[in-house]
Design a protein around this ligand. Structure first.
Ligand SMILES: [Zn+2]
Length: 96
């Protein structure tokens, strides 16, 4: 999951905007994209602390689900990209 407590660039608390480059979250001055809609923001912030049951009892709107999916996809793509670049740099360990 993206880090939701602090802006990935400057450390300002409670960032609300996506960062398409890192998959993390940014504060308003650091961001180039609009903030997440409120229910997506709440989901991202509360996810680590909420049970699946609670999340299923209060599902996101369709638009919110789409936005959340894009956010998580971006985050995972950046993480996987990092792993792949590590493998390119250390090919002798890639098969380990
Ligand atoms: Zn910032």
């Amino acid at each position: 999951m993206p880090q939701t407590s602090f802006c990935a660039l400057c450390g300002t608390p409670e960032p609300e905007h996506p960062d398409p480059h890192s998959g993390q979250m940014l504060c308003r001055p650091c961001a180039a994209q609009p903030a997440y809609v409120p229910d997506v923001l709440a989901y991202l912030r509360n996810f680590p602390r909420q049970s699946v049951r609670v999340l299923m009892e209060a599902p996101l709107s369709v638009a919110g689900r789409t936005e959340l999916w894009r956010a998580l996809e971006r985050f995972v793509a950046v993480q996987v990209g990092r792993v792949q670049s590590w493998r390119v740099n250390l090919p002798q360990l890639a098969g380990a």
